[in-house]
Design a protein around this ligand. Structure first.
Ligand code: NAD
Length: 428
């Protein structure tokens, strides 16, 4: 069970503000386009995905019954190239969230300069309560349902919350069966033996680590000994905890959906990594936990939300003590939260930049699949390092020059390529 305190806080916040991630993304896109001098037609094109598919997936459950699941695939804008983005399995998936996530993917692709537009998928389900075989049937059913609109040159899925390389492998196998040829370029985040890229699993956290390092330089913070708090201990959060720990930082708190662990002297990250389950849950094993809300407000140097949306809001932004907030999760800070942090001189590295390492290495995986020639982990890491450092630098400088926060600067960079490509195609 989720800690009672966390459950209550989440419900209160959702009820109070009905925080709409799509609306807030549209608001920032509108501001970015205005700053760049684009017309309202460009905003009309970009404010929603160009294509949105809703599917119903019948799955035979282990007890013999049939359950119908609802899934989505959003394709935001394919002016630059095929759309690309993860598939989320979560009970709270909504159409609006999937739409917003697809827009964020377009922005990320623009920021790290990939030949893609943004896409995203989701299925309303709780994989923690499903068996391995039920999950396989659901994954295959989803691919059958969306097979007409996806493909290596159309729309390329990848992992996201509660999906992993095994699920990508089933999806890849199902798609290859439907098309009757091996299609590794259809999906990324696959196991390495099926054409996955070295370094993909840890890529998001690697990208976040690079952003933390660059942001720390700007703030004059030494990573060695810096106190780091991480919300979420899944793919992004757990690899990040390891990288920060290995680079000499003190990871003083981590959390999962059920609560948080805190030790001002630094947590034993290797032990926690060893004990976490495949859904990023570890706190259930401990008696002395704090809530996710308390975790966010801890005294620390660097705070990394790496779990879900709407965690830093006008309710708690004033209480954040970190000097740097680096968003590994998509959409963890609201517009108001961003404003308060910026006023308080907290350096906020936005999601669309900080978590772009995942899609960057997904792109590398797709390139390797298309050429049939595979790179070493060192090659992948060197290429990722180059992309992330350049992108950070570009956005940091733009934010300074235009006197805007890094989120708005990132959106300005992110929308520009898409707008230009749409213009050259004669769409606007
Ligand atoms: P994951 O499923 O591997 O882990 C999610 C973690 O968040 C788990 O520890 C889970 O317990 C925790 N969590 C879930 N609900 C929570 C709640 N209500 N409160 C606190 N913690 C909660 O997911 P992930 O792949 O690590 O993704 C985490 C975030 O990073 C998401 O926003 C995702 O969109 C974003 N992201 C992931 C990638 C990637 O490559 N995995 C890339 C870019 C962005």
């Amino acid at each position: 069970m989720m800690g009672e305190k966390d459950k209550q806080t989440n419900t209160n916040r959702e009820q109070k503000e009905n925080r709409d991630v799509l609306l807030s993304t549209q608001t920032v896109i509108g501001k970015a386009l205005e700053k760049l001098g684009y017309s309202s037609e460009v905003f009309e094109l970009m404010k929603e995905p160009m294509r949105m598919l809703t599917v119903r997936i019948p799955v035979r459950m282990d007890d013999g019954s049939t359950k119908i699941f609802t899934g989505y695939r959003a394709q935001h804008n394919d002016a630059v190239g095929p759309t690309k983005g993860g598939v989320r399995f979560h009970p709270n998936v909504t159409e609006k969230e999937v739409k917003a996530l697809s827009i964020w993917m377009s922005l990320k692709a623009g920021i790290v300069d990939l030949p893609y537009g943004g896409g995203k998928g989701g299925i309303i389900c709780d994989p923690r309560e499903m068996s391995f075989r039920e999950l396989e049937r659901l994954s295959r059913g989803y691919v059958r349902a969306i097979s007409q609109v996806v493909g290596p040159t159309k729309d390329i899925p990848a992992p996201d919350v509660f999906t992993n390389s095994q699920i990508m492998a089933w999806m890849f196998d199902e798609y290859s069966r439907i098309r009757e040829f091996d299609s590794p370029g259809f999906i990324t985040g696959k196991p390495v033996v099926l054409g996955g890229s070295h370094g993909r699993e840890s890529a998001t956290a690697k990208g976040v680590t690079i952003c933390i390092r660059e942001a720390a330089k700007k703030k004059g913070i030494d990573i060695n000994g810096a106190r780091v708090v991480i919300q979420g201990f899944g793919n992004a959060g757990s690899f990040l905890a390891k990288f920060m720990h290995d680079s000499g930082a003190k990871v003083i708190a981590i959390s999962d959906a059920y609560g948080a662990l805190y030790d001002p002297e630094g947590l034993d990250i290797d032990y926690l990594l060893d004990r976490r389950d495949s859904f990023g849950t570890v706190t259930k094993l401990f008696k002395n936990t704090i809530s996710n809300q308390e975790l966010l407000e801890l005294d620390c140097d660097i705070l990394v939300p790496a779990a879900i949306e709407n965690q830093i809001t006008e309710d708690n932004a004033d209480k954040i003590k970190a000097k740097i907030v680096v968003e590994a999760a998509n959409g963890p800070t609201t517009i108001e939260g961003t404003r308060v942090l910026t006023e308080n001189d907290v350096l906020l590295v936005p999601d669309v930049l900080a978590s772009a390492g995942g899609v960057t290495v997904s792109y590398f995986e797709w390139v390797q699949n298309n050429q049939g020639y595979y790179w070493t982990e060192e090659e992948v890491e060197a290429k990722l390092e180059h992309v992330m450092v350049q992108s950070f630098d570009n956005i940091y400088k733009l934010a300074r020059r235009r006197k805007v926060d890094m989120r708005l600067a990132a959106y300005m960079v992110g929308v520009r390529k898409m707008a230009e490509a749409s213009r050259f195609r004669g769409w606007i």
